[in-house]
Write a protein that binds this ligand. Structure first.
Ligand code: C2O
Ligand code: CU
Ligand code: CU
Length: 504
């Protein structure tokens, strides 16, 4: 339904120009408009758990080997889908790291086109960041070496190949990183990987009638970001999970290109959020719903001691605030709810320890340590020139991404306030490389409890002004930039990205 609607909007908006310019994908979209979405059969499957990869400790360095490759996946019964993966056909292993350790990740690219691999959320030297400048040609190997200077949390890695991040991630080039530290080891939290500590990578995808992943490049797919009508969870369609413990910890990544989700349980049961993007919260936060924009992560703990099966649901959150007409219908109307995971509490469940009242110590974010404020204004132009492709629709401070231009220069050892203002009519998840920041306020008000932790991606709603506190604690490099950008991958690819360096 959704894709049919976007195709209709595309024809109305971009007219023949967009339909012709979008080439093959446009034809597939057009075919889908005429024939409707394919209905493939899919039986209920056990949730796939990405293989944990601990690497190999040699000479004091933990070494990981990753192969980016092409593969074929069976998301539906008897249907083959060409995909990309890391050490497998779709997605990649979960890299297990420890804070304080030195790691080296060797990445070999065999996907048939250039790519990069970025460690989202990790604080590291710019040369190891895997951003758009660290290109790995097809057939080549690139290595990133750095010390893990993170609190325990869930991070992720993904292609960052400008301007092809959207299609490469969509086809499967992403995976998780789990960092552990002493503070988290000491807590009695569910921590057995794949048993009571379970990662969930949420990705909506659209499929063509031949089973291929459908990636649209027409104007509505770029404006709204690429969305699909099928939910993949760790690459599984319609997964169930057999719980063997009373409490279940879920590490959720919104790994979608563009869709925002409001997550909660079908029976409305409360649960506890225990972590944000970059670490544990000070104390568990009880709630019955959390919202995750693309690239955001949260960890939750749900109690299953009543023994009843329960479904985790993800309701699509409308992110547009367009006034009237067809665009409004399109942007506001995509109101669907996905089944994420059917949780079946098994017989003889193991007891779980009660959740600790206190998790970690977090210093309150003190804006007095900032030496300056930088403003970042997010804009989306909507005029006829944009619709015809004659001007760039997505800008930050009036500029689109230029790999040859450094937009901001920060000093190592200093702290800054970054004020993000959204002057567009859509919400944008703003992501900053290298740092874990704190949210000072949203339109002057303190952030909600679920955002009072370390973050690397923050949603900025239309008309909103969000102030962030960043510490450039270490690593300087005058020549190699880090990125800041909208994490709707189609916006990023369309230029809603800028570059900053940290100098000595
Ligand atoms: Cu998740 Cu710049 O990336
Ligand atoms: Cu990143
Ligand atoms: Cu955006």
């Amino acid at each position: 339904m959704m894709t049919r609607r976007s195709a209709v909007t595309g024809l109305l908006l971009g007219g023949a120009t967009a339909a012709l310019a979008s080439g093959v994908a446009g034809n597939r979209m057009l075919r889908r408009l005429l024939l409707g979405a394919p209905a493939f059969a899919s039986s209920l499957k056990p949730l796939a758990i990405p293989a944990p990869l601990a690497g190999e400790m040699r000479d004091g360095v933990r070494r990981y080997t990753l192969h980016l490759q092409r593969g074929v996946s069976s998301f539906f019964d008897g249907v083959e889908t060409p995909t990309l993966g890391i050490n497998g056909a779709y997605l990649g292993p979960t890299l297990k790291m420890r804070s304080g350790e030195r790691v080296r990740i060797e990445v070999t690219n065999r996907i048939g086109e250039p790519t990069t691999l970025h460690w989202h959320g990790l604080h590291l030297p710019a040369r190891a960041d895997g951003g758009p400048h660290q290109i790995i040609e097809d057939g080549a190997t690139w290595s990133a070496e750095f010390e893990v200077r993170q609190r325990a949390s869930t991070f992720w890695y993904h292609s960052h190949m400008a301007p092809r991040t959207g299609p490469q991630v969509y086809r499967g080039l992403a995976g998780l990183i789990e960092v552990a530290d002493e503070a988290s080891d000491r807590l009695d939290l569910p921590a057995e990987y794949g048993v009571d500590d379970v990662p969930l990578v949420l990705q909506d995808r659209a499929f063509d009638r031949d089973g291929a992943l459908l990636y649209g490049t027409a104007m509505p797919d770029v404006m709204m970001g690429m969305r699909g009508d099928v939910m993949l969870v760790n690459g599984t369609v319609g997964p169930y999970f057999e719980a063997r413990t009373e409490k279940l910890r879920l590490r959720i990544l919104n790994g979608s290109n563009a869709r925002f989700y409001r997550l909660g349980f079908a029976d409305g049961r409360p649960f506890h959020q225990i972590a944000t993007d970059g670490g544990l919260l000070e104390r568990p936060h009880e709630t019955s719903a959390i919202t995750l924009a693309p690239a955001e992560r949260a960890q939750i703990v749900v109690d299953l001691s009543d023994g009843r099966p329960v479904d985790l649901l993800a309701r699509s959150v409308p992110v547009g605030m367009m006034g009237g007409g067809m665009m409004r219908g399109h942007m506001m109307g995509d109101d669907r709810t996905f089944d994420v995971l059917a949780i079946r509490p098994g017989a003889g469940r193991r007891r779980s320890a009660p959740l600790p009242d206190r998790l970690v110590d977090l210093e309150p974010p003190d804006e007095a340590r900032a030496i300056r404020t930088r403003r970042f204004v997010l804009e989306m132009a909507m005029g006829p020139m944009v619709m015809m492709g004659a001007s760039d629709p997505f800008t930050i401070n009036g500029k689109t991404m230029d790999m040859g231009r450094i937009d901001e220069v920060a000093r190592v050892g200093t702290s800054e306030i970054w004020q993000i203002e959204n002057d567009s009519m859509m919400a944008h998840p703003f992501h900053i490389h290298d740092v874990q920041f704190r949210i000072l306020d949203r339109n002057g008000a303190p952030p909600p409890p679920g955002e009072m932790g370390l973050k690397d991606t923050v949603v900025v709603a239309p008309g909103e002004r969000v102030r962030l506190l960043l510490d450039f604690a270490d690593y300087s490099d005058p020549d190699r930039p880090y990125m800041y950008h909208c994490h709707i991958l189609e916006h990023e690819d369309a230029g809603m990205m800028g570059q900053f360096v940290v100098t000595a």
